[in-house]
Design a protein around this ligand. Sequence first.
Ligand code: NI
Length: 257
Amino acid sequence: MIFDTHAHYDDEAYSADREEIISSLPASGIGAVVNVGANKASTGSSLALAEKYDFIYAAAGIHPSDVMEYENGTADTSWLEKCALAPKAVAIGEIGLDYHWDEPAREIQKKWFAAQLRVAKKLKKPVIIHSRDAAQDTYDILAAEGGSDIKAVIHCFSYGPDMARRFLDLGYYIGIGGVLTFKNAKKQKEVLAEMPLESLLLETDCPYMAPTPYRGERNSSLYLPLVVREMAVIRGITESEIEEITFKNAMDFYEIG
Ligand code: NI
C-alpha cells in the first residue's frame, strides 16, 4: 500500500472529477493521503476533504508565496492554531521559503515561516517544509527555531546530498516524488541513493510534478507506482519494500494510528 504524503486534491485541476479520482484511490493501492494547505482557503478545503474521506488527512499552513494575502505588519497565527487542532489535522504545512521569485520579500517570508514553526512547536505537530532556492536560510531558521526539537519533512527535495545530510542530521525527513523519474534529476537520485530509507517520504505534490512519461500533465496518487519503481531500482530493493517502508515512515511522521 502507498501513502501519498503530500497532495493538493482541492486544486481546481480536479474540479471536473475530484470525487471520482479520490474515490478510486483505495482500490488502486493508495492507502492514505495527506492533503496539504497553502493558504486559508485550501487549508479549509483540505480539512473538509479529510472529514469526508477516511483515508485523507489534512495539513494546515500558509505557503511562502501566499503570505502577502495576510501580511499586515505582523504574522498572525491564531487562525492556524485553531485549524491545526481539528481532529484530522496531522501537520503544519506547507510553510517555508521560496526564493525562486522576487516576491514576497524575503524578510516577510522568513517572518511567516518562523511564526508558523512556533505554532508547530507549541502544538507538537510535524511540519511540511516548502524550500526552493533557499537552502541555507531554511536551514538557519529551522535550526534557530529548535533544530531537532522540530519534526519536519523537506518536501519535493531539490538540493544536493550535502544539504540532505545536514537536514537528516537534525532528524528530518526527505520528501521525494515524480521529479525522481526525470532524466535530469541527478541530485534527487544521488540523495536517494545515499540517504537512510527510514527518513524517506513518498509524495506526489499533485496536480504538479507528474512522473515520466506523464511529465507536464496533471498528476495524481495513481502515478506513484512509477516513482516507487524508480526508487526500487536506485536502492536495489523491491517495489513492495519501498511501499512498506515509506508507508510506515509516513505513519510515524504524521503520528497516525
Ligand atoms: Ni505542495
